[in-house]
Design a binder for this molecule. Structure first.
Ligand SMILES: NC(=O)c1ccc[n+]([C@@H]2O[C@H](COP(=O)([O-])OP(=O)(O)OC[C@H]3O[C@@H](n4cnc5c(N)ncnc54)[C@H](OP(=O)(O)O)[C@@H]3O)[C@@H](O)[C@H]2O)c1
Length: 245
């Protein structure tokens, strides 16, 4: 589909990657760009229409879908990362919060906007996933589980909406240079490069974006993950200094 002349809605448009997505859409000639955010006053990107939306609020998602009936491109960008492990983290709170936003919130948006997209000729959904959709690390283990669930829903939504002509694009990336990845010094993609790749994919009708070398390598290794991905990770965590002694 063409971005030029489309009507887009971006979740989490107040900062980070979402703000850059909104900017790129305006730059590519989208006729209207809705910038959804929990605090709409924080949506300051020129040319973007602020919309109040917490994606975990199912009733509000339904209201926004009724309000923004002209949307033909939905960008599910909003997400949270709590840096929690499965076992040593004191409670399930972080894991539940990540699943609530990354999985249930995104699912709720897809459900709310599927009829809107159908009414506007099919359109497209872009879901912002992660390299951690493909494998589990320890430092962000429960986040990885939520992104794996979000990957699964992306593949399922594509199957389910094919009949109405909706393109469903999965965007996987390693670290991106936003507040979410501020704790690490590892190499990072620029949000601008991820936004360009995502919308090039929409325009080309491509269903998957692997935004960087690390993401492409991990995806290519998936069929041999117990040989290629997990043994080096196990060694890393076995050798890591342990707290408390
Ligand atoms: N940064 C990375 O390294 C990286 C790598 C791969 C994938 N991703 C994915 O990229 C997406 C964007 O992340 P980012 O890097 O831009 O992170 P970020 O700077 O932390 O921004 C996260 C955005 O999500 C919004 N958000 C969180 N919970 C929400 C909710 N319940 N309802 C509506 N909006 C909510 C935040 O709004 P508030 O300002 O209100 O909190 C903020 O706008 C996420 O899906 C993330 O998982 C990031």
């Amino acid at each position: 589909m063409r971005i030029d002349g489309s009507v887009a809605l971006v979740t989490g448009a107040n900062r980070g990657l979402g703000q850059v997505f909104a900017r790129e859409l305006v730059g590519r000639g989208a006729a209207r760009v809705y910038g959804a955010a929990r605090h709409p006053d924080a949506v300051t990107e020129p040319g973007v229409i602020p919309v109040a939306l917490d994606i975990t609020d199912v009733d509000r998602v339904a209201q926004v879908a009724q309000q923004c009936v002209d949307v033909s491109l939905l960008v599910n960008n909003a997400g949270v990362l709590k840096y929690s492990t499965f076992i040593s983290t004191p409670s399930l709170d972080a894991a539940r919060a990540e699943m609530e936003v990354n999985y249930f919130g995104t699912l709720s948006m897809c459900r709310g906007f599927a009829p809107v997209l159908a009414a506007n000729g099919g359109g497209a959904i872009v879901n912002i996933l992660s390299v951690t959709s493909f494998y589990t690390n320890l430092i962000d283990a429960s986040y990885g589980a939520s992104k794996a669930a979000e990957w699964s829903l992306t593949n399922g939504v594509r199957l389910e909406l094919h009949h109405q002509g909706t393109l469903v694009v999965a965007v996987h990336a390693s670290f991106i240079d936003t507040e979410m990845a501020a704790l690490t010094n590892a190499p990072k993609d620029s949000p601008e490069s991820v936004a360009r790749l995502a919308f090039d994919a929409v325009e080309a009708g491509q269903v998957e974006v692997l935004a960087d070398e690390r993401t492409r390598t991990i995806k290519a290794q998936l069929s041999r993950d117990q040989e290629l991905i997990y043994p080096p990770l196990q060694k890393f965590w076995d050798d890591a200094p342990k707290g408390g002694s």
